[in-house]
Design a protein around this ligand. Structure first.
Ligand code: C5P
Length: 223
């Protein structure tokens, strides 16, 4: 009998996009199917963890729900995702996989904005809170290791390695995972570049679930 590598561990995951309302029928969002985050949730449960999955709007089925080892909270906006995430305490690993919209509409209209000829409305934006940055600020040390262990994600169109490394340092997190394939949206496949304090590791193209399992193996060794 082999003990599962995340037995007794608690894992918090944000996944999917967030949606910021302009009015009751319109809004802005970031592109994300949620598939990578949901794959990580599944892989973590397989490894024996208790998972809390905080999901933006996406129509994916909760993985391994029948095990009773996953709680799912559905949210819409970045503010809601931030509140749900920061409410959690005492977990071992945080995976920030969500593609969080960077800006919210400052004052969403209560009623549908009517079109006025060819004129477009001027929208005012407000920066959304950075969920990962705020979680990273709460990190403590437990038995000489960061707690929770924070893993960020980076989707970039150019210079993945430099941008991802910069993000890792700016957010003060030990690990960041870059999507090598620029268009992983909606795909079941991905290719990852994992950057931690020891350098870079490429994970060649594979199913997102396969990559998620490899990532869980890597992170389990860090905690
Ligand atoms: O800040 P940036 O979008 O460049 O970094 C991406 C990483 O930060 C991802 O892990 C994403 O989930 C997280 N993030 C967040 N809250 C935000 C923006 C990004 O948690 N408002």
């Amino acid at each position: 009998f082999q003990k599962k590598i995340l037995a007794g561990k608690r894992v918090l995951i944000t996944a999917g996009p967030t949606f910021e309302a302009i009015d009751p029928v319109r809004g802005i969002t970031n592109r994300s199917s949620g598939k990578m985050g949901f794959a990580i949730a599944r892989a973590a449960i397989e490894a024996g963890a208790q998972v809390h999955l905080i999901a933006g709007p996406c129509d994916l089925v909760t993985p391994l729900a029948a095990t009773g080892n996953i709680i799912r909270t559905d949210v819409v906006s970045a503010k809601e995702m931030h509140a749900a995430t920061l409410k959690e305490h005492d977990y071992d690993i945080f995976f920030a996989v969500a593609a969080v919209a960077d800006w919210a509409i400052t004052k969403p209209a209560k009623e549908k904005i009517k079109r006025q000829g060819n004129q477009a409305p001027a929208l005012e934006f407000t920066a959304n809170p950075d969920i990962l940055l705020d979680v990273a600020k709460t990190v403590k040390t437990k038995a000489g290791k960061p707690y929770p262990y924070c893993v960020g994600f980076a989707a970039e169109s150019t210079d993945l390695q430099a941008h991802a490394q910069e993000k890792r340092k700016r957010k003060g997190i030990p690990m960041i995972v870059g999507n090598i394939a620029p268009n992983t949206f909606d795909s079941d496949l991905n290719q990852l570049l994992v950057i931690d304090e020891n350098g870079n590791k490429k994970m060649p193209q594979a199913e997102k679930l396969q990559l998620a399992r490899q990532l869980i193996q890597l992170v389990a060794k860090k905690i």
